[in-house]
Design a protein around this ligand. Structure first.
Ligand code: 4NP
Length: 185
């Protein structure tokens, strides 16, 4: 696929902190989490973030959703392994998998990629440069896992991969909420 002319190919020029500051000005902040299959990482991110938001009394201020690029699991609950590991930490994951739609860029303020492939795919399908500026990487909000450069796909691995995903998501989601709320006026 030829890159579209508006596409910003320089991923290092994305500034997550500017995106967060802009979104924080909204009354209701809409966040979309994106991975490949929408059955492991992004529905877990949605569940972890929802619990953080609820526990801080911010339920009415946020709207969360998740989706993926691959439609092979559309309509399914999250992967059983992801649900089991999440449930052990108190998260109930009941999202149904769906693929990303062009109008998601209009419907959400912040679009969160789990890894660099998700990030690049989002940059390619974003309808405008303004929409591209909504895209951030989940890992950029971590505070306790400096050696990790993405939320790695656990699908073909073992239990430790699912635990790592949850560790990273708990760290990065709380980092993101702290940053958004810290920017509220
Ligand atoms: P996710 O993991 O992107 O974190 O939901 C995957 C789920 C399914 C597949 C790949 C990754 N798959 O190839 O079916």
């Amino acid at each position: 696929m030829q890159p579209r002319s508006h596409i910003n190919q320089d991923m290092t020029s994305q500034r997550p902190h500017d995106i967060i500051a802009r979104a924080a000005a909204s009354d209701k902040i809409r966040i979309l989490f994106v991975c490949l299959g929408n059955i492991c990482r992004s529905p877990a991110a949605q569940g972890v973030m929802q619990q953080i938001i609820d526990s801080r009394g911010l339920t009415e201020k946020y709207l969360l959703d998740s989706c993926g690029f691959y439609g092979g699991h559309a309509g399914e609950l999250p992967d059983k392994r992801m649900r089991v590991h999440a449930a052990r930490r108190g998260y109930k994951l009941d999202h149904r998998s769906r693929t990303i739609r062009t109008w998601d860029f209009e419907s959400f303020d912040i679009i969160v990629a789990m890894d660099d492939r998700n990030f690049q795919d989002l940059m390619e399908i974003a309808p405008s440069a303004e929409d591209q500026r909504k895209i951030v990487r989940m890992i950029d909000f971590q505070r306790h896992h400096p050696c990790q450069d993405c939320v790695p796909d656990p699908y073909y691995g073992g239990a430790e991969g699912f635990e790592l995903v949850l560790d990273l998501l708990e760290d990065a989601c709380s980092g993101m909420i702290d940053e958004i709320e810290g920017n509220r006026t």
